[in-house]
Design a protein around this ligand. Sequence first.
Ligand SMILES: *Cc1c(COP(=O)(O)O)cnc(C)c1O
Length: 407
Amino acid sequence: MTIDYDREFQQCVDKVKQEGRYRVFATMERIAGRFPRAKYHAPDGSVREITIWCSNDYLGMGQHPVVLKAAHEALDACGAGAGGTRNISGTTRYHVELEASLADLHNKQAALVFSSGYVANQGALGTLARLLPDCVIFSDELNHASMIHGMKESKAEKKIFRHNDVEHLEELLKSVDPKRPKLIAFESVYSMEGDIAPIKEICDLAEKYNAMTYLDEVHGVGLYGPRGGGVAEQMGLMDRIDVIEGTFGKAYGAMGGFITGSAPVVDAVRSYASSFIFTTSLPPAVLAAARAAVEHLKVSDVERMRMRRNVELFKDLLTRADLPFLRGESHIVPLIVGEPNCCREVSDMLLRDYNIYAQPINFPTVPKGTERLRLTATAAHSIEDVRFMAGTLEHMWNSHHALRAVA
Ligand SMILES: *Cc1c(COP(=O)(O)O)cnc(C)c1O
């Protein structure tokens, strides 16, 4: 008896295909200075220019001259890689300066940079909940996969509260022994819904039940608050959050993740988190780019205002066209299609007929039956881009009855 290993794995992939959620990557070639335009490399080998409508480079910082200059300088000055883990020769002045910049951003004692936002959540939540003896985690049901990964790894007991439901959260908090350590983990902007958490109410509950708060501001940093400190900064609540987590991969246009918090909390994660300790640190050019973006957005509002103008116009046009999008308060516009094959078809049509790229979002990223296009009007889109996109969607929804049936 021999085992056909390839066949085993092919069957797994076939199952994904049958469920209409096989992921097909679109190959992009971004053009510095021309975002949201990019070259699309089609499967047949042809290349053509398209407009991206699903990027997280919300403010176009990935191509901002200040950011590119900083990256070029660091690359030329220090070379490509950091050369080691943070502990063994891989802590550069770029790490130290960026962490100081982040602590300042969130008005915290300390900050710690990770390889990505995913690793930051997984490492920090996994470590904090593990170090607190007998800790209970209270987790919003729509928390990101990286937070779920960390919480699972911590082996701490987990109670899941209904999305943004503070009454349910209080019910759960009440049900736990007041003497046990508690950690509430949630996001500010929910990436796939585009809605915003009741941060103040959650902080009030945290205070009442003596719980720690852990806030994922991945879709908030750079975009909200007078200095880009996130939604908590905008609401004047940063000081009530124990740990703020973020990424350089979205509004800051680079890559990498981070946490900020009190010196003991950050030092504990630094000392115990495997995914922080046992990996090569980020290279100088990436860190320099990230820091340039963070510092630029502490003082510049131009990008935020342009994005807001585009988002408002886009939502306004979709509302007038009576299209079924989720009306959250954030910059993210999820347009519901509701069926995976149909969702892929809409995405394919946009690319084929209109040179618009919007990746379909299917299960397990979102629940079955809520498949969607997650649309982002960035600071780099023009008013004409926004009008063209809204007009195209309106035309598609009006000419395909199946789409209207969902609304
Ligand atoms: C994208 C995302 C992350 C992960 O950040 P990366 O830097 O891309 O790894 C974490 N949390 C949320 C809510 C996200 O959307």
